[in-house]
Structures are given as structure tokens and as C-alpha cells.
Ligand binder design. Sequence first.
Ligand SMILES: Nc1ncnc2c1ncn2[C@@H]1O[C@H](COP(=O)(O)OP(=O)(O)OP(=O)(O)O)[C@@H](O)[C@H]1O
Ligand SMILES: [Mg+2]
Length: 264
Amino acid sequence: MGKPNLGTNASSQAANEATTVDPIVVMQGVHKHFGKLHVLRGIDTNIMLGQVVVVCGPSGCGKSTMLRCINGLEPIDSGDIVVDGITVKNKKRLIELRTETGMVFQQFNLFPHKTVLENVVMAPIDVRKIPKKEAYDLGRKLLSRVGILEKEDDMPASLSGGQQQRVAIARGLAMNPKLMMFDEPTSALDPEMIKEVLDVMRDLAREGMTMIVVTHEMGFAREVADRIMMMDEGIIIEDRPPKDFFDCPEHDRTCQFLSQIISH
Ligand SMILES: Nc1ncnc2c1ncn2[C@@H]1O[C@H](COP(=O)(O)OP(=O)(O)OP(=O)(O)O)[C@@H](O)[C@H]1O
Ligand SMILES: [Mg+2]
């Protein structure tokens, strides 16, 4: 049996029928301003356990802001976001919420004065209070999983961009998150390193990790995503399985966008 492949609003009936499948993220009427700038203008969507959702859209349309709101890095103005039963409005549970959602950024954000392995084990030791030996064993296992165990004692600066990004993924996984979010994880990488990072992400998806991936890597999206969302000016204008997204997008805006990124 394949992974759940439920859409958004229209899928509520299907979601009711598939009783074993729960939404891990529920977003309802989410609005967010930065001063006068209305950045998220009514986001409504459900993401089901095990789904891989690719998010694309023009610069400034609110993709990063949406991810940051999902793990509580940015407060929302109205509506609600519930991640695995925890509402982002409950400030007392923000740490819990963040441990449930691993986040990987474009610029790796590794701690430069810690070794590769230390970067991976810090949060499990400090936040999850895992005993050191157990955390180091877990850290090595995760470094091996992203194919970089031989670098465990090196400093991040001595690694290539692709290697650093794989460490960042291992670090995200170390908190045993229910959801992994990636914000343009390959856009700062040289072309030959993009593949090694996408391969790790593809493996994660195959293992059933729920993932939200902001990326313009459309080959990856076509192959791995259950749904592709297109955002424009703070709303989701398209949300469909890859085949439909590429073959018959609903909006002219999507066609325009696709022709721009595919011609580059
Ligand atoms: N902390 C902030 N303070 C003020 N404005 C912000 C802040 N963060 C984002 N914005 C603005 O909100 C809008 C949406 O930004 P966001 O980073 O979510 O866009 P994006 O879709 O991720 O774009 P890109 O593809 O360039 O990464 C932009 O106009 C941006 O300048
Ligand atoms: Mg962004």
C-alpha cells in the first residue's frame, strides 16, 4: 500500500474514510503581517502523516514565513496551526513543538566551533536530556545514514556545502521529529552537491518521513512529492499531485512560474 496521498480541503471526505491517516499539520485561516505587509493571507491546508509536500512560488510570496510559523519561530496574527495536536498559540508548548519539527535551512546554520558529531548531539543532550553515550551513538548512526560518518570529528568549515547540509539534516533528525521542514536546502549548493543532498531527502521520504520542502528542484518534486503547492502573494493557489501540477495546472500564474524556473 502506498503512502497517503490526500489533498487539502477537498480531501476531507477521503481523510474521514482513511481512519488510519491523521493530519500531522492543520492550518486554518492563517494570517501573518510584518507591519503593514500582509504576508500570509489565509492559509488553509492539512498535511497528512507520511506525506511529502513540495512548496514553490515566487520570491517573497511567503514560503519561508509559512514554515517559520509552523514551528512557532514566527507568531501568527489569526487562524490556527496545530502540529501533532499542539497549537502554535500555546507558548508553553513551543519547545515541544520545535522538537517535533526538524528544520533545515539554505545556509546550513551549523555551529562553527563544534565538531560535526557535536553539532548533531547537542540538542538531544540539552533539550531531550538523552544520556551522552546514547546521544553519541545516535549521532553516529545518523551521520552514517546521511553518508558522512567519516567526518564526525571534523569542523564544519572543512566540509563541502553538500556535506554540511547532510550534517544539518542529521542534526534535524536527531531530535526524532515527526515532521521535517526544508527551506531551499540545495539552493546554496554547487550543482554537483545538489544530488547528494536530494538523495538523502529522497531516502527519508521513502522511509515515510513527513516532509515539507520549499524547493524549485522540480525533478525532485515530480519524483518524490505527494503534493506540490504553489504559493502566490501569501495564499496557496495550487495544491495537487505532481502529475496534475505539471500537466494541467489550474492557474496561469503557475504556468508562468513553471516556464520561468524550467527555462533556467
Ligand atoms: N522578519 C521579517 N520582518 C519583516 N518582513 C519580513 C520578515 N521576514 C520576511 N519578511 C517579508 O515577508 C515577505 C515574505 O517573505 P518570505 O521570506 O516568507 O518569502 P519567500 O517566499 O520565502 O521568498 P524567497 O523565495 O525569496 O525565499 C517578503 O516581502 C519579506 O521581505
Ligand atoms: Mg524563503
